[in-house]
Design a protein. Structure first.
Length: 112
């Protein structure tokens, strides 16, 4: 009985730590559209679709939002597609009831 209580206590501690880490991380969800590019976020996954001259290119990858190493108080989004990681400045907000994110110089409005 004591062994079962110890195991249950350890499992609860691990679960609480995992929830704390997830709660503190910066995550996005939903679909954001810009002029030629759409990002769809779910968990730590991202799907980027770029349309050029009527052709669409879709890439699946992962992302991470971290504090900027160069500018204190600013955020950076790191997008990884295959073996390549791209880093851009990042911010998010809401204007006139429309949520948006900014990746680099471009703004993407939330559509779902």
């Amino acid at each position: 009985m004591k062994k079962a209580l110890k195991i249950a206590a350890v499992v609860m501690v691990v679960a609480i730590l995992a929830l704390t880490i997830v709660a503190c991380s910066k995550m996005l969800s939903g679909k954001y559209e810009g002029n030629l590019t759409t990002y769809e976020f779910k968990g730590n996954k991202v799907i980027r679709t770029m349309e050029i001259a009527g052709f669409a290119k879709t890439e699946e990858g992962t992302y991470k939002i971290v504090d900027s190493e160069e500018n204190e108080g600013e955020l950076v989004i790191k997008l990884t597609f295959g073996d390549e990681t791209e880093s851009y400045s990042f911010s998010k907000g809401e204007e006139n009831g429309v949520k948006y994110i900014k990746i680099g110089l471009f703004q993407y409005n939330k559509v779902k």
